[in-house]
Design a protein around this ligand. Structure first.
Ligand code: SF4
Length: 164
């Protein structure tokens, strides 16, 4: 019996991309000038740009493209319905199958964390406070953005506070 370990393609397909798989997938990208994938993202993320960065091994650039648009890019990489949005719009649908944009986004964010990249830095404190009412995605996203870019303190509440 062969000692060569058989590849479990189903398991591999469901697993996260490692560096080799991410590079292979990014290399399939056609680098479309009109970037239909980016037009298909309601959150304004620019998959064409971060995929191009991955393709040319600019992993920091990829993470920056995702984070600067959406600080919760890692969460979106897990829950976004890509198949109905950017991947459905991908030009490669007309050739074979779309680029796996969601998995590339997750790869870029995981790589950022695993290599301790510094994408966003704290701003200088300016002594201001901001209250975000509600703990939904907008408040959660606004909190670190305010701290990072404007140096304000942000208080996020799950419920609207009552004012006397
Ligand atoms: S539409 Fe598809 S092939 Fe074109 S740039 Fe976007 S991911 Fe690449």
């Amino acid at each position: 019996m062969s000692k060569v370990k058989k590849v479990n393609y189903i398991e591999q397909a469901e697993a996260d991309f490692d560096l080799r798989l991410a590079m292979e997938e990014a290399t399939r990208c056609l680098l479309c000038e009109d970037a239909p994938c980016s037009k298909g993202c309601p959150a304004g993320t620019n998959p064409a740009k971060f995929i191009r960065s991955i393709r040319f091994k600019n992993f920091k650039g990829a993470a920056e493209t995702i984070r600067e648009n959406n600080i919760l890019g890692g969460s979106c990489a897990l829950v976004c319905p890509y198949g109905n949005l950017c991947e459905e719009a991908c030009s490669r649908c007309g050739i074979d199958k779309p680029i796996q944009i969601g998995k590339l986004q997750k790869f870029a964010i995981d790589h950022e964390k695993n290599t301790d990249m510094t994408i966003l830095k704290s701003g200088k404190r300016i002594g201001k406070k901001v209250a975000c009412i509600g703990a939904g995605p907008a408040s959660l996203a606004a909190s670190p953005i305010n701290v990072v870019f404007s140096g304000t303190s942000v208080i996020t509440t799950a419920f609207a506070p009552t004012f006397a």
